[in-house]
Design a protein around this ligand. Structure first.
Ligand code: PLP
Length: 387
């Protein structure tokens, strides 16, 4: 099958793989534990971790001491939200987030709700964007944290984190951004946007799975209650022996993205425009996000008069994501699409194509042909289709 699921995960960039391998075996002598301070194996590993941390910090124009390594964005979101809530609970117990956030944000909030916190889950507008007015209205004297993602993983819509950060700053509320889907796609300069906490993950940017990080602002400082206790690694915020090979891999992935950022985004924009133009030859197809506020890497469309499960079966040569939960035990449509007010049948027939570093025009031509044939065939079988 052809890979159109880069928003789910990406393959390692070959340069990342090469770098990681050096830190695994005996021959390279770089496999040490960075916490081993008494010998060279430890020093070499520590230096590699420091360099990666600096690489990532400089990507955000941040200080290296503001980067905490975690196992991925799920953990970063948990640490940011629960860590902040638990540290500042005497100051306030209200948090604002949005219904279209990733499950790791929503479920962290639900957990806090069971522990006496109050959460406001904002409904975005039809185009997926959260209105600034809605945010302002939701603020209470007890609000301590606002958690809003930068780019949505299903529909690719971009939130105005600059404006939201200004609201937070003015009201003395901490601001957490889940930037997992925006790294390498939209630049974030932490000196220009007042974010207090920012989550990211390596495997969405051609780095390894199982490693990510949390940016934690130092000036003015935000404090967090730790979730994982132990040896006091990562400034006491996240204990556990550092996975050096994963960390150097993530550092390399950031370095590569920094160098090819503009070029890659230009190429992906062209590919997406080409794909969408072709897809519009198909009747009754809907774009599930606002094209003016959407990253080029994600194209989420619904096909009217087609059953989602049949569509997935018919295009199984394409590795895509579906808004239909037919693969799981539930038959619920995507909660993200439902929150936008999209009809259940259209949510079920939605497909998320995500384009990435290795996508080619030929792959798009191939995908279009498969989709077009499948749609015609399935609609001919549908009693509702009379066009
Ligand atoms: N947040 C968003 C927006 C995501 O797309 C993902 C990945 O699916 C995550 C968080 C979780 O990231 P990880 O797989 O690193 O835990």
């Amino acid at each position: 099958p052809i890979y159109f699921d880069y928003a789910a995960t990406t393959p390692l960039d070959p340069k990342v793989l090469k770098k990681m391998l050096e830190y695994l075996d005996f021959n390279h002598k770089k496999f040490g534990n960075p916490a081993s301070r008494s010998h060279k194996f430890g020093w070499i590993a520590e230096e590699a971790v420091d360099l990666a941390r600096q690489e990532i910090a400089s990507f955000f124009n941040a200080d290296y001491r503001e980067i905490i390594f975690t196992s991925g964005a799920t953990e970063s979101n948990n640490l940011a939200i629960k860590g902040c809530a638990n540290f500042y609970k005497k100051k306030g117990i209200h948090i604002i987030t949005c219904k279209t956030e990733h499950k790791s944000v929503l479920d962290s909030c639900r957990y806090l709700e069971e522990n006496n916190f109050h959460i406001t889950y904002l409904t975005p507008q039809k185009n997926g964007i959260i209105s600034l007015e809605a945010i302002k209205k939701a603020i209470r004297p007890s609000t301590i944290l606002i958690s809003i993602m930068h780019v949505n993983n299903e529909i690719g819509v971009i939130q105005d984190i600059q404006k939201i950060s200004e609201i937070c700053k003015k009201n003395h509320i901490f601001f957490h951004v889940d930037a997992t889907q925006s790294i390498g796609k939209i630049h974030i300069d932490i000196q220009k946007i007042h974010v207090d906490l920012l989550s990211f993950s390596a495997h969405k940017i051609y780095g390894p799975k199982g490693i990510g990080g949390l940016y934690v602002r130092r000036k003015p400082r935000i404090r967090l209650k730790t979730l994982i206790h132990g040896g006091g690694h990562e400034r006491g915020l996240r204990s556990g022996t550092l996975p050096v090979h994963q960390i150097v891999g993530m550092g390399k992935a950031f370095q590569i993205i920094k160098n090819i950022f503009n070029e890659e985004n230009k190429k992906i924009t062209q590919l997406k425009n080409y794909f969408w133009k072709k897809l519009q030859n198909i009747k009754e197809i809907y774009l599930n996000s606002d094209p003016n506020y959407c990253i080029p890497h994600i194209l989420n469309v619904s096909f009217n008069f087609i059953e989602g499960e049949s569509l997935i079966m018919a295009i199984k040569d394409l590795a895509v994501s579906s808004g239909s939960a037919c693969t799981s035990s539930s038959l619920e449509p995507s909660y993200v699409l439902s929150s936008l007010g999209i009809r259940d049948d259209l949510a079920h027939s939605s497909i998320r194509f995500s384009i990435g570093r290795f996508t080619t025009k030929e792959e798009i031509d191939y995908a279009y042909n498969i989709i077009q044939k499948a749609v015609i065939k399935l609609r001919n079988l549908s009693p509702l289709w009379e066009m």
